[in-house]
Design a protein around this ligand. Structure first.
Ligand code: FAD
Length: 449
């Protein structure tokens, strides 16, 4: 009997462990994608556009044989499987809180029709929940997780391609919807071929410089693979296999970043409530500002009009590209929590609406890491000074001038603290030294330090 391969965050055909398992069960595989409003509604235009473009690429790679449905996955997956008399539905695991509940419901519904539910692999190098301390408990700190993750090793890529099975002609398929309008926002090309091309280009030129360059937002020093990883246009195993045997600083640093991605997914798997709640419950007593003035400050932060050039450049890069450099994500997040005293989840929600790589595990837990409420957090008292951070990581000011046109007339690093501000650029909305003291006091009141 034929089987169904239900695609979710694995929109590719190479290195696809679930496809390999499906192919072992049957020569005839139906490729299915279900547009689910529960995921689409909060996704934001950049992420939705990237998803839809990835689906178009996948459909093309399948010779137009992707079955697209729209609705509740429980009904849609069961219906699609029954229509072709499938004996099984194959998936890659989804370890997020919603995905787990949805998958339990789908698996139960399939069982009522005696259709098997088969889970192979996940979007991570190591499936969340698998790296544990010797006593079986989860790691709470990155460094020992990283050590155990490295010791464990990563499986080799699965050898798959479009031609390992015969794709079943889909019955009634919906057209893939048009992408939402993005205005001036420019996204990278989506899909597996684009992901592999971007990765090969990075491997060829930039990996050796990665350790030195990854903190420089003014340079193109990082992989920009995050949207491709988010949608599974590439599997991290492919990337790790290409890096295997390379002991350069660049390769080591990049492996560690991919491990951070696994670590956050592992934390969310063990503690699904941390998508919304503090990992460190002491922070439940932290005082954040939430009134009308806080709302106004939040809007200035969102628009990139705080009067702190590196913060404003980052927030405007997010609006212009649906992406922000990691160093600047840390700076703007620290500014929101420790200079404006706003709740981290306000910032996290804004990021999730605008990031093309927006991912619940990476986003919420990085936010918590910066806010001090997460695992392994940076010590709370180490508060970023936005001006010093700007001068250090954007030493000539090129990054700021790229995204904040009002400041293009200010040369060199002076752009981080312009002596005379152009009329159309705001004065700083807060005094960093004062806000730093307030942040420390509030922190002291929850820790008694
Ligand atoms: P590279 O430096 O080239 O890293 C390679 C890959 O490693 C990335 O694509 C990503 O998959 C992974 N990675 C790197 N750093 C981290 C990290 N700190 N945590 C988890 N994975 C990491 N990343 C997301 O993918 N989605 C998010 O929603 C997200 N939200 C963030 C929010 C905040 C407040 C912060 C501080 C970081 C966030 N990150 C998020 C992590 C990181 O900023 C991005 O993964 C990175 O900037 C993506 O660019 P890149 O692909 O060029 O990264």
């Amino acid at each position: 009997a034929p089987v169904v391969l239900w695609f979710r965050r694995d929109l590719r055909l190479g290195d696809h462990a679930a496809l390999l398992t499906a192919a072992k069960h049957s020569k005839h595989v139906l490729a299915l994608y279900v547009l689910d409003d529960r995921l689409l509604k909060p996704a934001g235009s950049p992420r939705t556009a990237f998803l839809l473009a990835s689906l178009r690429e996948l459909d093309a790679a399948l010779g137009g044989r992707l079955l697209v449905r729209h609705g509740d996955p429980v009904g849609e997956v069961v219906a699609a499987a029954r229509e072709i008399g499938a004996s099984a539905v194959h998936v890659s695991a989804d370890s997020g809180p919603y995905g787990r509940k949805r998958d339990d419901a789908v698996a139960n519904a399939l069982a009522q029709h005696r259709i098997e539910w088969v889970v192979t692999g996940s979007p991570y190098a190591v499936t969340p929940g698998r790296v544990t301390k010797p006593d079986g408990s989860p790691y709470r700190v990155f460094t020992p997780f990283h050590r155990a993750w490295t010791r464990r090793g990563v499986a080799s890529p699965a050898e798959t391609s479009a031609s390992i099975v015969d794709w079943v002609e889909p019955g009634k398929s919906l057209p893939i919807p048009n992408s939402p309008s993005l205005g001036d926002l420019r996204l990278p090309p989506a899909g597996e071929a684009a992901a592999l091309e971007a990765w090969q280009a990075f491997l060829g030129h930039d990996v050796e410089h990665y350790a030195a360059e990854r903190d420089r937002p003014d340079h193109e020093g990082t992989t920009r693979m995050s949207p491709y990883l988010r949608w599974g246009n590439i599997h991290p195993r492919t990337m790790l296999a290409d890096l295997a045997g390379d002991s350069s600083d660049g390769a080591q640093a990049l492996r560690a970043e991919l491990c951070w991605r696994d670590f956050h997914a592992d934390v969310l798997w063990h503690r699904p409530e941390t998508a919304r709640e503090n990992y460190d419950r002491r922070f439940d007593r932290m005082r954040y500002d939430t009134g009308a003035q806080a709302q106004e400050a939040f809007e200035q932060w969102c628009a990139g009009r705080t009067g702190f050039p590196i913060v404003d450049a980052g927030m405007r890069q997010l609006l212009a590209e649906g992406w922000m450099h990691n160093r600047v994500r840390m700076i703007v997040a620290s500014f929101l929590v420790k200079d404006l005293h706003l709740p981290w989840w306000w910032g996290a929600r804004h990021f999730m609406r605008h990031l093309v790589d927006g991912d619940l595990a990476s986003n919420q837990l990085n936010w918590q890491w910066v806010a001090g409420s997460g695992t392994d957090a940076a010590p709370y008292f180490r508060i970023f000074n936005p001006t010093t951070q700007g001068t250090k990581f954007d030493p000539q000011g090129d990054y700021v001038r790229r995204y904040v046109p009002e400041l293009r007339g200010v040369a060199g690093k002076a752009v981080h603290a312009p002596a005379a501000r152009p009329q159309d650029y705001p004065d700083p909305i807060v005094d960093h030294a004062e806000e730093r003291q307030i942040a420390l006091q509030r922190y002291g009141s929850i820790t008694g330090s």
